[in-house]
Design a protein around this ligand. Structure first.
Ligand code: GDP
Ligand code: MG
Length: 176
């Protein structure tokens, strides 16, 4: 019977195919998934320690179901921190962060700003890169958040991602 100092909820947002499921499953189960049903939404848990605190992380891997019933507001309600993911080999997914994900979350929360991290995923595929690191950094500055490049394949910076997200979530809890 374990007790945790914190229970944190992190939502993973971004366009289809950017690696939301792969990031989530690689971090929580240390498995790289070659192919995962793009319509499955699920919640994953992982126990971590951070600055001597026991933390239960709940990670929401968002995905649009095949039948249309807009789940977006429910995802926003779940999340204390928003991980906004694009793929560095997909320019379109980069544009979607500002045009769609960032704005929808902001409108639903009805606030000036909210806790988030910008992620450029698939850094291992740098030879196919369509979005320069500089672009990611500029967007993060505009959105007032950190920028991290990750690879769900090699695992690069995934711990960093969830470490930063957890810090933000704890901060958010303390502010309330
Ligand atoms: P989602 O729609 O955002 O959940 O995207 P998925 O997690 O299903 O990933 C889409 C495809 O990209 C899958 O074939 C993954 O194996 C692949 N993928 C995801 N992340 C990475 C990565 O960091 N590097 C590489 N090489 N492939 C990745
Ligand atoms: Mg998915």
């Amino acid at each position: 019977n374990k007790s945790f100092d914190y229970e944190l909820r992190i939502g993973i947002f971004g366009a289809g195919g950017v690696g939301k499921s792969t990031i989530t499953i690689k971090f929580t189960h240390n498995i790289f998934i070659e192919e995962y049903d793009p319509t499955i939404e699920d919640e994953y848990i992982k126990e971590i320690e951070l600055n001597d605190k026991k933390i239960l992380l709940k990670v929401l891997d968002t995905a649009y179901p095949e039948e249309f019933c807009d789940p977006f507001p429910r995802w926003v309600e779940f999340s204390q921190v928003f991980v906004l993911v694009y793929s560095i080999i997909d320019k379109y997914s980069f544009g979607e962060i500002l045009n769609y994900h960032y704005k929808r979350i902001k409108n639903i929360l009805n606030v000036q700003d909210y806790p988030k991290i910008l992620i450029g995923n698939k850094s291992d595929l740098f030879t196919k890169r369509e979005v320069k690191t500089k672009k990611g950094k500029e967007l993060a500055k505009q959105l007032n958040c950190k920028y991290i490049e990750t690879s769900a394949k090699t695992g690069e910076n995934l711990n960093q991602l969830f470490y930063e997200a957890s810090l933000l979530a704890i901060q958010e809890l303390k502010n309330k």
